[in-house]
Design a protein around this ligand. Structure first.
Ligand code: NAD
Ligand code: IPM
Ligand code: MN
Length: 369
């Protein structure tokens, strides 16, 4: 399999975690005879400093010419006073819009080994396995009009969706639910917002195409609570852009750390892969970042852009094994470090590669017999 992968590492811990993800993908390529070609380009704050814009044309052109884009994270405190359209985050929103992927898949899988590190009780989180499908190109993030009118002392954004925008992401979510436990929870605020009423009506229409899937609706406020009380009751969770942003970070409490969560954005010209977390300025440059979310994001590249299911599963199994053996980055050891070996970002990446390499060579040896 040949894959051209553009790496836009970005800011803060972005380069630290994407380095580990790329190294794991190189291990897969070396052992499996695949050809993965990596190119690196700037995005976010580093691009503002070097090129005067958070998404240089060269980066966008390279992204459009690749098979997959792996993005680290963007953002830094030094840019916090800039208006939204000049910030590092504007580069991320622009690359999302240009690549065109509208369905952002954010799996939140609770590894049993990490249950002890969740502030929730073991019996609440054990076995939780949720797939958030977050609409990524609509809602408040892109709706117009938007403005901060300083003279009037007034600001506004627009939460806007068309029926087609809701229907296309709903179809992706229903389709994925068919391949999982066949339950879909659509999250909205239809008791208050017209845009949510359109959302709910459209999801109900699309549901008719998928009679095998059980659909339920939840209001976003109640859903925030249900996720903490009974996360195991949910399978696929479909929601709009901002609600999905918030609920997916909340799901980090179920999985033990934000640093564990991967994502894949599909449905456009080129798929975009990013861990869910941000640039984490509070720990950047210290070797403290958890690279597992980025490494698991690498597995999603193989699954969704390479059709390499076995290789994706091998990465996921290696992550599990490393956790089973008691290796933790500091965010995962939080609250209960005794009995664990705490590793730096690079050490954790190396541990995953070592475990992966052993399992791939065992598999190779078994096939040769
Ligand atoms: P954040 O996700 O960067 O960090 C939140 C908390 O989680 C911090 O305490 C951080 O140390 C911790 N954390 C995050 N990832 C971790 C990892 N891999 N390992 C260990 N700990 C980790 O969110 P924030 O602090 O609210 O935002 C910081 C900047 O990142 C902002 O500029 C924001 O806009 C940006 N951001 C970017 C993306 C992205 O590029 N995809 C996503 C979210 C936030
Ligand atoms: C995410 C981030 C981004 C978002 C920001 C940085 C634009 O929080 O990917 O979850 O809100 O989509
Ligand atoms: Mn977010």
């Amino acid at each position: 399999m040949n894959l051209k992968i553009l790496v836009t590492a970005g800011d803060g811990i972005g380069p630290e975690v994407t380095n580990e993800a790329v190294a794991v993908l190189k291990e897969i390529a070396a052992q499996g005879g695949h050809d993965f070609a990596f190119t690196a380009k700037r995005i976010g704050g580093v691009a503002i400093v070097a090129d005067g814009t958070p998404l240089p044309d060269e980066t966008l052109a390279a992204a459009l010419a690749s098979d997959a884009v792996l993005l680290g994270a963007v953002g830094g405190n030094e840019f916090n006073s800039l208006p939204p359209d000049k910030r590092p985050e504007a580069g991320l929103l622009k690359i999302r819009a240009e690549l065109g992927g509208f369905a952002n898949l954010r799996p939140a899988f609770a590894f049993r080994e990490l249950a002890v590190n969740s502030p929730l009780r073991h019996e609440i989180v054990d076995g939780a396995d949720i797939l958030f499908v977050r609409e990524l190109l609509g809602g408040l993030y892109f709706g117009k009009p938007r403005e901060w009118n300083r003279t009037a002392g007034e600001a506004w954004n627009t939460m806007r969706y068309t029926r087609e925008e809701v229907a296309r992401v709903a179809r992706v979510a229903f389709d994925l639910a068919c391949k999982r436990r066949k339950k879909l929870t659509s999250v909205d605020k239809a008791n208050v917002l017209e845009v949510s009423q359109l959302w709910r009506a459209t999801v109900n229409e699309v549901a008719a195409e998928f009679p095998g899937v059980t659909l339920e609706h939840q209001y976003v406020d109640a859903m925030a609570m249900h996720l903490m009380n009974r996360p195991r009751d949910f399978d696929v969770v479909l929601t709009e852009n901002l609600f999905g942003d918030i609920l997916s970070d909340e799901s980090a409490v179920i999985t033990g750390s934000l640093g564990m969560l991967p994502s894949a954005t599909i449905g456009g010209k080129v798929n975009l892969y990013e861990p869910v977390h941000g640039s984490a300025p509070d720990i950047a440059g210290k070797g403290l970042a958890n690279p597992l979310g980025a490494i698991l994001t690498g597995a999603l590249i193989l699954r969704h852009s390479g059709g390499l299911e076995a290789e994706a599963a091998a990465i996921e199994a290696s992550v599990r094994k490393v956790l089973e053996q008691g290796f933790r980055t500091p965010d995962l050891a939080r609250g209960n470090a005794s009995g664990f070996t705490v590793l730096s970002t690079k050490e954790m990446g190396a541990k995953v590669r070592e475990t992966l390499s052993e399992s791939l060579s065992r598999r190779g040896a078994a096939q040769a017999v």
